[in-house]
Design a protein around this ligand. Sequence first.
Ligand SMILES: [Zn+2]
Length: 475
Amino acid sequence: MLAWFSHPTRNGLWLLLSVLFLIAGCKSAEYRAYVYDPIGATLTEDKPLDPYHRRTIGFAEDGVWFTNEFDGARLNDVVRVSPFVYELTISAENTPINNSAWYGFVVARGDAPWMHGSGDGKSVDGGVGQEFGEGDSRVDSLELTLHLRYEGGTHRYPPKLMERVGESLTEGMGSGSTYSYRQIDSIQTMKIMPEGENIHGLKLRFSVGTNPVLITAQRLETSHSLQDTLQAWAARYPSVHVDTAGFSSENRPIPGLIISQDTQIQRPTLMVIGRQHPPEVPGYEVMRSFLHRFASNDSLANAFREAFHVVALPMANPDGVDRGHWRHNARGVDLNRDWINFNQQETQVARRYFQEKAASLGQPIYAIDFHSTQIHLMYPIEESVALDGPAISTPWFDHLLDPETGYPFEVAIEPFDTSGPVAKNWFWRAFGIDALTYEVSDLSTPEQNDTAGEIAAESLMKTLLTSLESLNSLN
Ligand SMILES: [Zn+2]
């Protein structure tokens, strides 16, 4: 942290920021916004959320119901347009907001949970059903057309359809532990039609059989599924230590992860953060596979852990994730614009956690913040920016993006200065280290993301081990 004060240019910046803070009453300083940011994105004091209700909406005429009563859901309203045709409203948590129109809901046939005993829902039998083989879950499947209408944004994420297999309809959906979904094949996802030039929604036609269907903008990864993952790792790998960094404003735990051979020994530490922005699941998947690779019991990971620690906050915004937000936390704020003001509880927790781990485990050497966007994109710190530690991004990219390495994505690289209030720049400000915002394409598949995370971790381990060797040879 104190490395900061040894640097003259950053001293100047710090003074300037301090003055800004004083003028602005300490916490409402606005910073240069990013080109894609809406007005006020870097003002990070609490903003009101628009009303949102968790509920199940049934249509007895068709025997069809919709629900958003589970974590990660977003469905604001449903209106029946004609038999088996519905218009669904998908609204952001508040506006203005970056366009990341997240949606998530379950649609099913028959009796909604609250319909039991009414018998209305059964009128669907023999209606628009189609013939399928015996034992097939598509028996008597019904074709539905849904118009998704976005408020506050436009269509961004192709829908993922999963069919619920298992017993009860919504039981366990909040816990993440008792349900399993089967991906629906492309035949049943019949058509996706944009509504003309200025796309504010999409039309989705698909068959729903006897099992409920989950439709989400990206794969459903909630705070509960992360907890399950971390518990499984901790049980399997002696080097994995899971703790709670703190709590969100709605009191959800913000899990911390340490991958270390021996936490009693000070070592250079790699710092990782993810899921500040709820819909950015591909970036989360790469991060998960990336972190997992450091825990493995093989010669590379063992050598790495003999020289380095890894500290991570894999889900910095659990409220936003579980509420199905497009971008913000439960206080309506973009957390990745709050790394100078620190108005929000989640950024305060993250700052304290990384500072404490830096003090107890060792000086950070590099930091990565995982996100997703339209393309595969790396935002490193500009090479002209002075660092107190080694430059890591450039030698890492040289290795990672060499065709021999086998990284599955084509990647654009866009260096940035360190003025903005994003996490990457805080790592530089706080520790003087090189840092990176790592963006994964919205459209990448889980398999690609698993591969990418693994290869990225292997490549970074080699880069950091080489960097350490050259540092040692200088001493
Ligand atoms: Zn993001």
